[in-house]
Write a protein that binds this ligand. Structure first.
Ligand code: F6P
Ligand code: MG
Length: 479
């Protein structure tokens, strides 16, 4: 069901796929080994410790096979329905080797294989090897979190106050203000994706903080190469105007990363609900630890837990701080109140059923989203009843476009195949670029950036690897 355009491949030495397989995945696997090793050394239950050692060995074997360009071996059956699909695809692809395989499939296989090691254990089933990393990076996002908490709470009281400037403005002025806020919230949400953990192998904490504040959003505006936000706003506004009062108007967010990005997704979700642009938000997390930092349901409750216990969270020294004898900076009362305000607001929306979490195994299968109508028809039908489906991040974009080597001027609506025009689904991708695939670019953009950066010749699309550039692409499949 995939496109015939050739996929990004780990055998292409100019691709980020090759670089990922050679340099990034071994680092990620080493991190996972360290995590299990540490957790094992703290085990008091000998049975659990024994299993911990076995999992560490399993991870080390995987790393060895990758670094020695062995075959991708069939996944052991952990009784999940997707295993058969992965193994059938391995066979159909002729039992490929690590450095001669589609990048997208092999990267999904990597995380799915890690998950089998835990699923097949007795004591480690719910262990998330990336959980600590997700939390500690969230902690380092503190300046941006506090800035946004204040902004969100201010907006909430503005939207609910009968004598705010919004409430007394003319209909036209109100719509303009709403569009400006929608753009601001989506842009926050977009750049929140620049800081995922699978790229942390190249980014420092200082880089992360520099990427997250409002100043940096302004500076980066020119790096948004395609911006279809006006069209996305128009469809939500039209639905709000024309739908009967009690009719549900749903927006779906196919989540990407936990921590700061999930935090900003909540900011957007809360804004859409409070402004009346949507009446329900459905969030789609992953069912297994995925691409290091992707949201699993537990990250959702962990985030709310941090907000309600912010003082404890920020003022307890991390292991490194403890080792260096450092005391973390205390949280001011005002800051604690802002975060508590967010908790009350978001957990209230969740309790009222206005924000819903809906996992589905499809999101962690090995293929592209071109397959959805055929292989996950129920999910596809469900998304058709949404006003707008927002896909966050790079991996979702790669899956939407089949991670193929499209000409970058190919329209986004073509590159998403069966999810395109007349699919009955409206798609909005908010993606900072961290892979080679790029579509929907104005003619000449790719060449111009290559030229500007001195990346001409056969060096691959390097500019698109670092999260510095972004695309916001929309397709109205209901038009
Ligand atoms: O490009 C590096 C990478 O790990 C890709 O493999 C993957 O598509 C992406 O980052 C994950 O980023 P995101 O969290 O934005 O999907
Ligand atoms: Mg991710």
């Amino acid at each position: 069901y995939d496109t015939k355009v050739s996929p990004s491949h780990t055998s292409d030495k100019t691709s980020f796929g090759y670089f990922s397989a050679r340099d990034r995945w071994p680092v990620i696997l080493t991190g996972a080994i360290d995590d299990v090793h540490r957790a094992t050394s703290k085990c008091t239950d000998p049975g659990k410790a024994e299993e911990g050692k076995k999992i560490t060995q399993g991870l080390a074997t995987l790393k060895y096979e990758l670094q020695h360009n062995r075959e991708l071996t069939p996944l052991p059956d952990d009784e999940s329905p997707d295993i058969a699909g992965y193994n059938a695809e391995l066979k159909q692809r002729g039992n490929p080797h690590w450095f001669d395989v589609s990048w997208l499939f092999s990267e999904c296989y990597l995380y799915r294989r890690i998950a089998t090691l835990f699923a097949l254990s007795t004591h480690w089933k719910s262990h998330d090897v990336f959980s600590l990393q997700k939390m500690s990076t969230f902690r380092s996002s503190r300046p941006a979190v506090l800035e946004l908490a204040a902004r969100y709470n201010q907006l909430t009281s503005q939207l609910s106050s009968p004598d705010s400037s919004l409430a007394t403005a003319s209909a036209e002025e109100r719509e303009q203000a709403e569009q400006a806020l929608f753009t601001e919230m989506c842009t926050i949400c977009l750049w929140g994706n620049a800081t995922d953990l699978s790229l942390l192998t190249n980014l420092s904490y200082a880089d992360i903080q520099a990427l997250q504040g409002s100043e940096s959003r302004k500076a980066n505006e020119k790096n948004i190469l395609v911006n279809d936000l006006p069209a996305a706003f128009a469809v939500l506004k039209a639905a709000q105007r024309s739908a009967p009062k009690d009719q549900e108007r749903r927006v779906d967010i196919v989540l990407d990363n936990a921590g700061f990005e999930l935090f900003v997704d909540f900011v957007l979700a809360g804004y859409l609900l409070q402004s009346g642009l949507a009446t329900q938000i459905v969030l789609h997390p992953k069912s297994i630890p995925w691409f290091v930092s992707d949201v699993v349901p537990r990250d959702f409750s962990d985030l709310l837990g941090v907000l309600v216990n912010a003082k404890g969270f920020y003022e307890t020294p991390s292991e490194e701080e403890e080792a260096d004898g450092m005391t973390p900076k205390g949280l001011e009362e005002r800051e604690e109140r802002e975060l508590r305000g967010l908790f009350d607001n978001w957990s209230g929306l969740y309790a009222e059923g206005k924000i819903i979490l809906r996992p589905n195994g499809f999101w962690t299968e090995g293929g592209s989203y071109w397959r959805m109508p055929k292989t996950a028809p129920d999910l596809f039908t469900d998304l058709q009843s949404s006003e707008l489906v927002i896909y966050k991040g790079d991996l979702n974009y790669r899956k939407l476009t089949c991670d193929a080597m499209w000409d970058p001027a190919t329209p986004f609506t073509t590159a998403i195949g069966p999810l395109g025009p007349k699919s009955g689904v409206r798609t909005l991708a908010l993606r900072t670029c961290k892979a080679d695939v790029a579509v929907g670019l104005p003619e000449g953009t790719d060449e111009r950036i290559r030229e500007e950066r001195g990346e001409t010749g056969d060096v691959g699309r390097k500019w698109a690897w670092s999260g510095k550039y972004a695309v916001v692409s929309f397709c109205d499949g209901k038009a």
